[in-house]
Design a protein around this ligand. Sequence first.
Ligand SMILES: NC(=O)c1ccc[n+]([C@@H]2O[C@H](COP(=O)([O-])OP(=O)(O)OC[C@H]3O[C@@H](n4cnc5c(N)ncnc54)[C@H](OP(=O)(O)O)[C@@H]3O)[C@@H](O)[C@H]2O)c1
Length: 340
Amino acid sequence: MKLLIIGGTRFVGRHLVAAALARGDQVTLFNRGQTSAALPPGVAWIQGDRGGDLSALRGQRWDAVIDTCGYLPADVARMAGALDASVGRFAFISSVSVYASSATCNHEDSPLGHIDDTDTTVVDGRTYGPLKALCEQAVVQRCGTRALIVRPGLVVGPHDPTKRFTWWPARVARAVRDGQPMLAPGAPGRPLQFIDARDLADFVLHALDAGCGGAYNAVAPGGFTTMQGLLDACAVAAGGRPSLVWANDGDLARLGVEPWMQMPLWLPEGGEHAAFMLVDQRRAQAAGLRQRDLGDTVADTLAWWRALPTAQRQFDNTGLSPEREAQVLVALADDRQPRA
Ligand SMILES: NC(=O)c1ccc[n+]([C@@H]2O[C@H](COP(=O)([O-])OP(=O)(O)OC[C@H]3O[C@@H](n4cnc5c(N)ncnc54)[C@H](OP(=O)(O)O)[C@@H]3O)[C@@H](O)[C@H]2O)c1
């Protein structure tokens, strides 16, 4: 396949490029050249800013385009307009955040989020989902049945810039190395749902080959794993068993620990995002979405993390700092002390 990828050098796009090259596809990237200057051998590059002049994209034909970095509807509409006549199929990487609510389980036809200020260029926690929904609409309006809309849940694996999933393999490895207890959030059996970026890449390419159109939730099936399952896989990758101190939703809330960013992947039951990881993905599964073994995702993520230069091996605002986690563990131990 002759493939154009808008983006392609950070995380999801990087794995798309690798998967496409491995299949023998002919790959061209369009990006500014800011995120990464080094491209894999054999990849053609068109330099440009999607918010600016798109004329460099004219005069060529591609079997498919995959737009990985569309966040603003006007930009996505311009891109679809510029490419409409020269591409066979248009795949847009969207998100399960398009849904109006993640308090209850979503399927592809669930209501989408709404935003009044459709021209805003501010992409934040409030606008990201509804803007992505409008981006999808722009692609479908232009490309009709040639549009493939892929809605990933949490994307994980090597090169993840958010480091949310990475926090767990790295945290367990530290606990095993230091022999110190670590905090485990919520309920051990609570389901987790995410997608390895490499499985996402394989699915997008497969769906393009198969001529799939419309929207697909791209995540592992419900019940793929649980918090306990993830920590077990992390223990295997780390080569030892950490001493886990489970803190339930109430404990963590009382101690001021915030879901998701302070305790990655922890979403309290009954909360506004309680069903973020309970998305119906049967449509994608039926269309060929497949999941690699969780152990492989964890081991590869840990290996990637360990190989990063020290300066990049930082979690910044993801996960509790060691000091804060130690405070929480002391407070929990104190609470659990039998009272005289
Ligand atoms: N991470 C998750 O958990 C998650 C979950 C659901 C959905 N998603 C979606 O998955 C996608 C992930 O994106 P990614 O960052 O991993 O993709 P990527 O394709 O690996 O990287 C982003 C690319 O966009 C290019 N780019 C950024 N601004 C540009 C501009 N103005 N003009 C041209 N190129 C530009 C960057 O290159 P330059 O900077 O060099 O231009 C880079 O190549 C997003 O659409 C996100 O909404 C992610």
